[in-house]
Design a protein around this ligand. Structure first.
Ligand SMILES: CC(C)(COP(=O)(O)OP(=O)(O)OC[C@H]1O[C@@H](n2cnc3c(N)ncnc32)[C@H](O)[C@@H]1OP(=O)(O)O)[C@@H](O)C(=O)NCCC(=O)NCCS
Length: 245
């Protein structure tokens, strides 16, 4: 694509996806415009194995725009990076057509994989501000990744993913209930307290019964001892009476 045609295409994309733009010439102020045009040049150099020069362009662009695109990444048509600052796109990332990224997005690796370490992003995907997509899986086309999400596994097409770690909350525009939400066995702290108090009460009753029965035994032994004492006393008295008479 010629430069003029490319600029016109960028103007169309940015006007289409950023309501904040007022005039077409503002496109030259967009870090996305600068970063992508320079990435295209760096990528061509990378493919010709001129790695140092390719990385030099990429790093210089990162300093100027806050968008770091590794020249080895493969990017389709119509990528738009809104605001741009803090965007990182790793070496083995593949991005389809008409993808939108917001500030703070990382398309990175987990550090555990070799070879293809970065994600593949399908056509028309939107990745919101601050989202991290880490690993060599695919984000299916037309999917949306919510702001601040951390996506660590494959996402089927037409899905909305939110949260940390990312979970699918919508597919084909239909809300999906949380799979880990057991709506029958919900925890009940009051019932738990009552159950443990009941157990404790039962144990205390048994202990009291045991102590009472022991106490009764001691009491009856004492009674018997007392009776024996009285008997002994009587015997002693009789003995003394006998000797005196
Ligand atoms: C994910 C997003 C794109 C909305 O997609 P959507 O398909 O329209 O989804 P919905 O708005 O219907 O939300 C679905 C559910 O996810 C929740 N949700 C949406 N975005 C979320 C987020 N970023 N984090 C956590 N939960 C989120 C919603 O509350 C809703 O939950 P509920 O079902 O319990 O009500 C949007 O919420 C988002 O994150 N936009 C950020 C765009 C951005 O980066 N802008 C920066 C401009 S500078």
């Amino acid at each position: 694509m010629g430069l003029i045609k490319y600029i016109k295409e960028e103007m169309r994309i940015i006007r289409e996806r950023d309501p904040a733009i007022r005039t077409s010439f503002e496109v030259f102020l967009y870090p996305s415009f600068k970063a992508i045009i320079r990435y295209r040049l760096a990528h061509r150099l990378y493919k010709r194995k001129r790695y140092f020069l390719a990385r030099w362009i990429s790093q210089r662009t990162a300093r100027k725009t806050g968008i770091e695109i590794h020249p080895g990444a493969t990017i389709g048509k119509g990528l738009f990076i809104d605001h741009g600052i803090g965007v990182v796109i790793g070496e083995t990332t593949i991005i389809g057509d008409n993808v939108t990224l917001y500030q703070g997005v990382t398309l990175g690796g987990t550090g555990k994989e070799k070879g293809k370490r970065h994600p593949t992003i399908g056509n028309n995907v939107m990745i919101s501000a601050g989202a991290k997509v880490l690993g060599s899986f695919t984000i299916g086309e037309n999917s949306k990744i919510g702001a601040g999400s951390v996506v660590l596994s494959e996402v089927p097409p037409n899905s909305t993913v939110v949260g940390v770690p990312g979970r699918i909350v919508k597919r084909d525009n239909v809300k999906i209930p949380r799979e880990d939400m057991d709506q029958v066995h919900l925890p009940d702290p009051y019932l738990n307290d009552v159950t443990s108090l009941k157990k404790e009460n039962e144990f205390l009753k048994k202990e009291l019964k045991r102590v009472c029965s022991k106490f009764e035994m001691i009491e009856s032994t004492c009674d018997k001892l007392e009776e024996l004492d009285i008997l002994l006393e009587k015997l002693k008295n009789q003995e003394t009476n006998k000797t005196s008479s």
